[in-house]
Design a protein around this ligand. Structure first.
Ligand code: T1G
Length: 695
């Protein structure tokens, strides 16, 4: 059952019921159409109310049906709305909580709309790379006016129902706490005999000199929409609400919708939408696993990461104590936190009051005893196993039973760290990404002995911290850093073979990365990679790296923090300037190692860096370090600046076609450092089966 039908007095009530958000899937659409027809056939019924069960009126079309036959199987959403709009009895939408996308379009097909306050009203299709495809671009301007409707459709941003109370979208907004269903039934009784039945489609959009406004909107939207085609086509669809007759506008909207729903950009956005939601699901950890309450936190280490991590707790309203060994370091960390909040206030992203509230939640101490009662402690000290051992042995001594002991390590063996304690079941990895108070990604590293309740608690915490939590198994570099290692190796080899940093960065930024590998190195600090490579040279002597990055670090060029890295920087400025000294060093190094420099195409640069990610990602998948390919995509979309319109490395490989990816990798395997290109068995298998990572 996905829509209930009942009659109270002379009013029929149809309740959409497709948890979790009453997505308008085929079964729900069918039941709703049957309900309308049943009400029309019943002479005792004089009016019809449509409402939603549970936590939504409707979250819109069931996006799980997209690009599947069900989406276009009758009754389609258009048919449902047509049946409602051509009803011979008044249809009243009773709206609460969430009314989005096709849900709002259904409500716009009704004769009347009643809402409780706080209902989130939105046409968010643009965020999925499409546009409202069931009349929203034609009907919303007819009730909200051209400007407000255009803003809502192009931004996809929800607006609370009470903020729209003064518009003709609603015939009534109930008082807080009022019984919405009773109000709708009462309203239905009042309008049961009103004729003609009011229809949104019969209204006109009144906007003098609309062409000037529309042209301004086109220019503005074109400038801000980047590689995504949907925002601009939203403007064109809304324009039709004033330039075309209603049915012509509806037809035009449909054409644009069909064009967008097939676009690679929309498929990538829909993939990311679900990837973000499925990332929090762990097959052997039931959704109802009890979680440990986290009402207080502690962070060990007040450096850049520790300070940023502490801010995450404060932002979520969780009191947090920052522990350091020296007063000077503690004061520096607390000052960093205050400075970060003040700069956020200056940017207008936070009120001074909220900033003060957050700062007040952060305390500092030099004593382990002061953090003993915290529900969770996150270690964020220097990335060295001996230092981690000392900290975790201390934590094991002082922390209360049941406290979660987390490490922010970015590459070290979490199982070994857990082994420093007598409670390995309470140990987990929480790998934040710098800047920790900004980056959405949180790699949740599950140790062999990590308790299921601790893992469930970490997943719940990541939601509370508004992070995208992705579960990783234990390996060197977990998911993100293990893959970026191969990406960086290829970038170094390309410098030896003929590229300069600016060419590689430009090619990757044209592909869509927020920042190419060398600008990224200068930002994060080239010395971090240097320390990791020194460890690798000992641990894995057979793995080759370009020496260019080491030569750079030997010059003390660690990046922006030393005023020079791969690029030169004017004092106090951050824009990267090609460095004659570095480029000469690179050319000289090629000669020193006897590599004849050649012209390298941007295509080769992109293939070698992106397919290096894909190939390592395939290994991570087959080893079970990542639970699913879309988790790997989420890591790269939220932690490494991979372009959203390409959906993540594994999704992108699927769109290229795995046989093509394998073909390119096998080509590079025949070239210089071919050992770095051994195809992952999973990639070979899926390519052979004609499948994708995400299928
Ligand atoms: N269809 C199917 N499932 C949906 C869904 C939808 N529209 N929206 C959410 N879900 C699932 C989601 O996958 C998750 O599933 C659960 O609901 C809770 O979601 C023609 C074609 C509604 C504001 O873009 O913005 O209509 O993980 O974790 O934070 O013009 O979900 O529990 O199995 O996000 O409370 C337009 C997208 C569709 C709305 C709720 N509608 N959804 O937020 O919960 S296109 C949207 C949201 C359309 C027409 C076109 C949010 C939410 P699971 P959640 P939440």
């Amino acid at each position: 059952m996905s829509a209930a039908y009942e009659v109270g007095g002379s009013v029929a009530v149809i309740t959409l019921n497709n948890p979790p958000v009453n997505g308008l899937g085929l079964a729900t659409r069918t039941a709703a159409v049957d309900g309308i027809r049943q009400a029309l056939a019943d002479d005792a019924v004089t009016a019809i109310v449509i409402t939603g069960a549970g936590k939504a009126f409707s979250g819109g079309a069931d996006i799980k049906e997209f690009n599947s036959p069900k989406a276009l199987t009758e009754p389609t959403l258009h048919t449902l709305i047509n049946v409602v709009e051509s009803s011979t009895k008044p249809v009243i939408a009773a709206i609460h909580s969430v009314c989005m996308g096709g849900g709002l379009e259904l409500a716009l097909g009704c004769n009347y709309r009643i809402a409780s306050p706080g209902a989130q009203m939105a046409l968010p299709e643009v965020k999925l790379g499409i546009l409202p495809g069931a009349g929203g671009t034609q009907r919303l301007p007819r009730v909200l006016g051209l400007e407000m409707a255009l803003n809502m459709i192009v931004s996809g941003t929800p607006v609370a129902s009470e903020k729209l109370a003064g518009t003709t979208l609603f015939d009534e907004v109930t008082a807080p706490g009022a019984d919405l269903r009773a109000a709708a039934v009462a309203f239905a009784g009042k309008v049961a005999d009103v004729r003609p039945l009011p229809r949104v489609r019969d209204r006109q959009v009144d906007y003098p000199n609309h062409e000037a406004f529309l042209q301004f909107s086109r220019n503005t939207v074109k400038a801000m929409s980047g590689p995504f085609p949907a925002p601009l086509l939203c403007v064109e669809a809304v324009a039709a609400s004033v330039t075309k007759k209603f049915d012509d506008g509806l037809k035009f909207e449909r054409e644009l919708f069909m064009q967008l729903v097939q676009s690679a950009e929309s498929k990538a956005l829909r993939h990311a939408f679900f990837a973000e939601r499925v990332a929090g699901k762990v097959p052997d950890v039931p959704a109802d696993t009890p979680v440990r309450a986290i009402a207080s936190a502690a962070v060990v280490g007040a450096g850049t990461m520790g300070a940023g991590i502490a801010m995450n707790f404060a932002n979520a309203g969780i009191p947090v104590t920052l522990l350091e060994t020296k007063q000077e370091a503690l004061d520096k960390g607390l000052a960093t936190i205050r400075k970060n909040y003040e700069s956020t206030v200056k940017k207008g992203k936070l009120t001074q009051e909220k900033a003060e509230q957050c700062i007040a939640l952060v305390n500092g101490t030099l004593s382990y005893a002061d953090i003993a009662q915290a529900d969770i402690v996150v270690e964020a000290v220097f990335e060295d196993m001996d230092v981690k051992q000392a900290v975790f042995q201390q934590l094991d001594e002082v922390m209360k039973p049941g406290a979660i002991l987390a490490s922010n390590t970015s590459t070290l063996d979490l199982d070994k760290i857990a082994g420093f304690t007598r409670r390995p079941q309470d140990v987990i990895g929480l790998h934040f990404f710098s800047p920790a108070n900004v980056m959405k990604l949180l790699e949740i590293v599950r140790g062999k002995q990590t308790g299921k309740d601790v893992l469930a608690s970490a997943l719940a915490l990541s939601k509370k911290l508004r992070k995208t939590g992705v579960v990783s198994g234990v390996c060197d570099g977990f998911i993100g850093n293990r893959m970026i290692e191969q990406y960086s190796r290829q970038a170094g080899f390309l410098l030896e073979e003929g590229c300069l940093p600016e060419q590689v960065d430009r090619a990757m930024e044209q592909f869509g990365f927020a920042m190419g590998p060398f600008r990224m190195g200068d930002l994060a600090g080239n010395d971090i990679g240097w320390a990791i490579r020194k460890r690798r040279y000992v641990e894995k002597p057979d793995v080759t790296y370009s020496k260019t990055a080491d030569l750079l670090c030997e010059l003390g060029r660690f990046g922006q923090k030393t005023g020079a890295g791969w690029y030169d920087y004017k004092p106090g400025e951050r824009n990267a300037l090609a460095s004659e000294q570095v480029n000469a060093m690179i050319v000289q190094h090629s000669q020193d190692i006897g590599v004849a420099r050649r012209t390298v195409s941007d295509r080769e640069i992109v293939e070698r860096l992106v397919y290096a990610l894909v190939n390592e990602g395939a290994r991570i998948l087959e080893e079970g370090i990542a639970l699913r390919a879309s988790d790997i995509d989420m890591v790269y979309l939220t932690g490494y600046g991979f372009p959203l319109f390409r959906g993540g490395p594994m999704f992108y490989a699927d769109t290229v076609g795995l046989p093509n990816v394998l073909d390119a990798i096998e080509g590079y395997a025949k070239g210089r450092h071919g050992e770095a290109w051994t195809p992952a068995p999973l990639l070979v298998r899926l390519a052979g089966e004609g499948r994708g990572f995400n299928s």
